[in-house]
Design a protein around this ligand. Sequence first.
Ligand code: GYE
Length: 332
Amino acid sequence: MLKRWSAAVVGGVLLLGALGACGGEKSGDAGSGASGGAKKDKIVMGFAQVGAESGWRTANTKSIQDAAAAAGIELKFSDAQQKQENQIKAIRSYIAQKVDVIAFSPVVESGWDTVLKEAKDAKIPVILTDRAVDSKDTTLYKTFLGSDFVVEGKKAGDWLVKEYQGKTDPVNIVELQGTTGSAPANDRKSGFADAIKASPNLKIIASQTGDFTRAKGKEVMEAFLKANPKIDVLYAHNDDMALGAIEAIEAAGKKPGTDIKIISVDAVKDGMTALAAGKINHIVECSPLLGPQLMDLAKKVVNGESVQPRILTEETEFTPEQAKAALPDRKY
Ligand code: GYE
């Protein structure tokens, strides 16, 4: 059975041993989590990543790998290629390997109770990073580290409301949603809808998933442009989809940022570059640099210390001018 998992997981999973790790030197009972006694001298973390769908994700993966190496934590890393079944397989393999702590960024919100219960029964603490699960039983994980996506959606909507303040002409908005069923897609959609609901002239005329990727963002924007002669605004749930959409808009002979205003979320380098060039009008930041905080939390939960159940990331927003100023020092 174990072999089967490994074989099935191989396509999407990359296992990385820590640099110079001495796997045999773990103190105590591997996988026992909080043991109350001596501190563990070598922590092994299993991390089940969503995939490599966006610039944000690449930066997030690097942050986690760098922070693990810096903290002396041995990292077993898997890439689920945006498939929940792969993430579940990876988590089960971490349970079988008796890692000390499991961290993961759930691709979608639902359907985690069974595997989280398996981790709990094996006494392996779980940390959610970046995205939430909708499990009612919050004892299935120790903490959730990441952004408030509803607030991000609201910031995007608030910007738009301000942009069109005092105007009553209809404004046709198209929306590129993130991965269907994911926390950031659900929450960025609802936060935005909430912010614009008091402005009846701001209307979402089409909304579809672009799966957080550039290719899908481009493809869906092409379809939007064909079906809708008048599009005034694009709201993209991440920079990558906005960047794909920009290609479609330019190919259709229109000027992104001018003929069609664009708002997106993330503020990765490529997005910020397009913002500085006036092709995107506004970006709401979502920080992928969760690695150092994650490693601190991992040490605490493995050693039985209590942690806050929800840890929020601090974030800002960028105008084109601010993007120009921030770009030279941008880390991702
Ligand atoms: O915004 C997007 C990525 O979960 C916050 O996932 C993350 C999102 C991010 O693919 O670019």
